[in-house]
Design a protein around this ligand. Sequence first.
Ligand code: GLN
Length: 282
Amino acid sequence: MKLKRFLTFTMTAALGLSLLTGCGSSSSSSSSSDADTSAEVSSEAASEDTSSEDSEEVTTVSEGVLTMATNAYFPPYEYYEGSEIVGIDAEIAAAIADKLGLELQIEDMEFDSIITAIQTGKADIGLAGMTVTEERLQSINFSDSYATGIQSVIVSEDSDIETIDDLAGKKIGVQLSTTGDIYATDDFGSDYVEQYNKGNDAVLALVQGKIDAVIIDNQPAISYVAANEGLKILDTQYAEEEYAACISKDNEGLLDAVNAALAELEEEGTLQEILDKYIVAE
Ligand code: GLN
């Protein structure tokens, strides 16, 4: 079971590495006029070009606006502060929108609805601590990866569950349609997996003793354990993953522009600053 998880990671990591190793390029493939221009400059000059000129060809659902779909119950990536949605994804999306000369608008919805919202043109981009998976790649494109995620296991402090294998035969809570849900169902069988619309609801069920464990991404797990007494996170990691923004397969122009913006944010150190602001090193 562990081997499979690491294979998944290897596959997704390969997809995200172009950004993490800093070789994301501001491709001009989305524009024939850009392509003409870049053909005239020397390859050395072209490689130094980190501008966001691609923004000229970017089309969005609503003109001048970058509509982001998320599920705002995933701290510290997205959560409410009063009536405002804040967090890592909100800030990264705002920085991308800024680079593209667009105004960011965030739409909160069930996690399960995000990909459909992108496919049906209700939103331009999904940022939701969303893991790159082969299955999701069948229906949408993913940008380069901007963060790494880990699937963790939360149990009550006095639980006899110590390892991943101890989860066999136990009731496991997950958030519907997340990778935690997919892996747990795959590994332990749907009879043992309780699906909840929000991660918070799964944690509540654990606190109330209705289930034995929750499999969820590590950062929200840390927030939930801090907010609820009597819980702990197992030392063992269930899976390692890559987070990326999802974009419609019909909008290659936006994909290129987002990747170019992400590469700039990486190079400028902005991406790391945003991550460090919300994720405190243990
Ligand atoms: N990373 C997990 C996934 O993509 C969970 C994301 C979330 O709950 N927002 O499935």
